[in-house]
Design a protein around this ligand. Sequence first.
Ligand SMILES: C[C@](O)(CO)[C@H](O)COP(=O)(O)O
Length: 356
Amino acid sequence: AFTLPDHRASSNLVSRSRRTPSSSPVTTNLPSLHATSTTSNDFTGFGNTGFLILAGGTGSRMKSSIPKQFLTLSSHPVLHYSLHLFLEKLPNYCKQHNLSPPCKVVLVMDPMYQPEYQSIVDAYDGQLVFANPGKERQGSVENGLNKLVESTSGTCEYVAVHDSARPLVTIPEILAVVSDAQNCGAAVLGVPCKATIKESDDGGATVLRTIPRERLWEVHTPQVVRVEALLRGFAKVEAENLAVTDDVSIIEALGETVRLTRGEYANLKITTPEDMDVASAILRERGEGDIVLKGTGGGVSGSSSESVVVDDSSSSPSMLFPPVKRASEKAYNSMKEVRFIDMDRDSKPTPSRWHE
Ligand SMILES: C[C@](O)(CO)[C@H](O)COP(=O)(O)O
């Protein structure tokens, strides 16, 4: 039997909703920083699990010259870290450890950018497929899920949804969260909140109350759920017009169990310019090998990284042919400028929207 790596994130807490009798190994105590797995030894891999990479954002809220998933992070586009992980690193890991590889990878991407990635899709020979984004995150996940079902003829049992803006997730975290979902039905990576969180009901002018920190978790991706439950959840969300900002919320809306799988604080979401600095420092510290993706010309994605950096000053897809090359520094600086505008003290928090 396969034993999950010791340093893996671990499942140890079930989110509200009903707890199923089958989830008995779970404790309700807050985890220690390196709690151990409760669901490890019968894990056989990802043969029943498809991955959705959400890369459909257009950068409209960021007002960056390019969507953040195409910004260059340590010489590769942010998105390429997830592609490399799910198409190369994880399958290789599976081979070495006698685990089944992911059954399919769906790349949710604006059709305007898809031609730039067609050669990668072709090179992975059926393993990678496109789906179009929806208006918001929920619509993108639904489209990606439908594509997963269609392209696997309904044989894929679980779906792992991942933000392309989270380039630092690790294999141990993926093993942990997928294994937890396979045991429990749904699981999400998360970390206990380090910050003290205040609630305000007057737009941030005064504090209404302080939320007890010991109950708060910051959740990340991948978020892994049974395909059947997610399809059922989408039907409910649509019928009742519910607003959901992440994927396991749909399972929560069904009143079903979601396990919290202890992840790493390093699995940050690229949102502001500082995140780029922190992410590149973490990558440097990790000192991992180069990213090599098939179909990127010479096999090295870095060599084509600028070719996916697209000038959005024109909405015309014809701008993509030939690809417009941009200095990554320029893109990064434009992101910085945007954040200063974005952080205007009068601006109100907005609900989570995929097209930000
Ligand atoms: C899913 C998520 O990454 C969890 O932290 C987050 O909810 C995504 O939010 P976004 O506003 O769609 O980026």
